[in-house]
Design a protein around this ligand. Structure first.
Ligand code: SF4
Length: 387
């Protein structure tokens, strides 16, 4: 029996037999998907300050060097993204900057914000004003923080990475599996369509991978909010020499993800980091957010493929490529879901999955609303091709 760290009262236990069964899964045991999806996004790295120092991470900057985009810079990025046909403003963070980041806190104060989360709320409003749907990844949050931020987000996310205690997270300031699971649970309790995932190759073992996938499954069984699970391999970079997992490892772990999760939860690999064309027969059905206008700020040395590159992955699997919104179709209101997609059961918070500000943005009678509705229903001008 695996029991998650209970410092947050997670009360999550995974039966040992289920772990064993998942460990026996191979690519031959799963069916390929019947379509491959992606979302068109613009990256908005709101701040590179982070209270942690994960050893594989090149995203964070140390105090004194961390950046903070101004409201004008956020608006300009969103405008460029919307003009390029994006639907999603992907707000990336580290985790809440601690008090070592005095300059970041002073700047936020000067702009009239008490915290980075207050500022994120305003930045999401700017994205909505510019015609994009915010999807924020602000690290660990409490239920109260989700309650505020859900009002201006189409969906949100945080990587679980692993339920194991690994040295990659060690040091004086470290994120913990219990904290991440608590965040995923808090998102579910607040009815937030949610993206999470595992990071492969940071010192975890096969049993840890199985337990991580089953922990995500269990939280989704309670709240129905997990829309996709990213299976991301670590890549070498200037801060770490973790080896990129080999293809056989990725094929097996992707197949395990597909077998562990219910069919409505997508399994995603990032096509700029993973050999996606060699994984399409292992059950992936999504390539995540791909940007035509900005770099992958989390992994800046690894370029996004263009639409031709995404088509090549879909062709390798003999499946059509479809564009989607950051929010998966089953969470959208009736008038915005494509035909044939059943609605997700109502969230446990009874507030509905999509907040009024986001619904209004998609329904607006302007060029952005028309673009968003077209992508939502699968009949918009941005369909990659009519297959
Ligand atoms: S991986 Fe995330 S939490 Fe860890 S240091 Fe990088 S930005 Fe911070």
């Amino acid at each position: 029996m695996f029991t998650a760290a209970d410092e947050y009262g997670i009360d999550l236990s995974i039966d040992a037999d289920r772990v064993e069964r998942l460990l026996s899964v191979t690519p031959a045991d799963v069916d390929p998907a019947d379509r491959l999806t992606f979302a068109r996004n613009v990256f908005v790295p709101l701040t590179t300050a982070c209270r942690y120092t994960c050893t594989y991470c090149t995203y964070y900057d140390v105090p004194g060097e961390a950046s903070l985009l101004s409201p004008d810079e956020v608006r300009e990025r969103c405008r460029v993204g919307a003009d390029a046909g994006c639907t999603e403003a992907l707000f990336t963070f580290g985790d809440e900057p601690d008090d070592r980041y005095a300059a970041i806190h002073a700047q936020l104060g000067e702009w009239g914000f008490d915290s980075i989360h207050d500022y994120l709320h305003r930045a999401c409003e700017i994205a909505l004003e510019e015609g994009l749907l915010p999807h924020s990844n602000p690290g660990d949050l409490t239920e109260a923080q989700f309650a505020a931020l859900r009002e201006v987000n189409a969906s949100m996310g945080v990587m679980l990475e692993t339920t194991a205690d690994v040295d990659a997270h060690s040091g004086g300031r470290r994120k913990t599996p219990g904290q991440r699971l608590n965040t995923i649970r808090a998102a579910g309790r607040r009815g937030v369509p949610f993206t999470t995932g595992i990071l492969v190759g940071i010192g975890e073992g096969w049993r840890d991978r199985a337990e991580s996938l089953l922990a995500i499954r269990e939280l989704n069984e309670r709240h129905g909010h997990v829309q996709e699970v990213i299976v991301q391999n670590v890549v070498p970079n200037e801060r770490s020499d973790f080896a990129k997992p080999d293809l056989a490892t990725m094929r097996r772990v992707v197949a395990m993800a597909r077998a562990a999760l219910p069919s409505e939860v997508s399994v995603q690999v990032p096509p700029n980091l993973s050999p996606a064309a060699d994984l399409v027969d292992c059950g992936i059905d999504d390539l995540g957010g791909v940007s035509p206008v900005t770099d992958d700020y989390i992994n800046p040395a690894y370029e996004w493929p263009d639409l031709g590159g995404l088509r090549a992955v879909a062709d390798a699997g003999g499946m059509p490529l479809r564009e989607r919104l950051p929010t998966y179709a089953r969470y959208l209101p009736n008038d915005l879901r494509p035909a044939g997609v059943d609605p997700a059961p109502a969230p446990t918070n009874r507030d509905g999955w999509i907040p009024p500000a986001v619904r209004d943005r998609i329904r607006a009678d302007d060029v952005h609303g028309r673009r968003l509705r077209g992508v939502a229903r699968g009949d918009g001008p941005l369909a990659v091709r009519g297959d």
